[in-house]
Design a protein around this ligand. Sequence first.
Ligand code: ATP
Length: 260
Amino acid sequence: MAQLDIRGLAAGYGATPVLRNLSAGPLAEGAVTAMLGPNGSGKSTLLKTLAGLNPPTRGELLLDGEDLARATPARRAERAMYMPQALPRGVHMTVFESVLVAARSGSRGAAGNDMQQAALSAIADLGIAALASRYLDELSGGQKQLASLAQALVRRPRLLLLDEPLSALDLNYQFHVMDVLRRQTRRHRLITLVVLHDLNIALRHADHALLLHGGAIETEGLPARVVTPDTLRRVYGVRARVERCPQGQAQVHVDGLAGA
Ligand SMILES: Nc1ncnc2c1ncn2[C@@H]1O[C@H](COP(=O)(O)OP(=O)(O)OP(=O)(O)O)[C@@H](O)[C@H]1O
């Protein structure tokens, strides 16, 4: 079955449980799923568990029917690519070299020229061709984030896990990156999960949304069905409206804190 199914997942840190009996999906291939929820609700923990960095204490993570929780690290690395919230520092490599290394680590026997071409086109897709020969440790925060996205996308994993990939990006790049993510997810039939705090971006660009609250899924479905005044009050504690702008796009307007 071509999809990701999360069933009865429990995970945490040492004796501290974070995710409790969490089930979500099926998340379809070719779809971008926005992972939403307040600070500390368990979004990064869920991504890290999917990436194999934080083994679950219970449950199944079925990717195309295969349980990732029981896969070897090598098999998981082949199938899933995880981009953390905090990017590695002090890597003295050019953007092009870093994307080429990522392309090689994900390739299955592709020729050298093909990988160079793939690296160049991942860099061009993200609109950072001008940065190709710059060193990663000399880039701005947003530029580094774009280079990391190029490294993630060039791998073309089955499961793409991105933790707040827009956090350092300006308005133009936020839109552009979500557009690239959607196109690549469709074209290469990826299953993409992206942690977002901007609900309007989720409404505008995601195909599906998961809303976490206290380590469990509060609700899941089409973004416009997940992001509602009711869920915003219950989960984020705000009074908000979700209204369509004149162009028809749903947008969140926060009027104040719930109870204020
Ligand atoms: N390494 C860790 N050790 C112990 N507890 C942790 C660790 N990392 C996270 N936690 C706890 O797990 C809970 C969920 O954290 P997580 O990082 O998954 O939340 P999040 O939804 O990604 O939050 P944010 O939006 O702030 O990034 C929090 O209560 C947090 O304090």
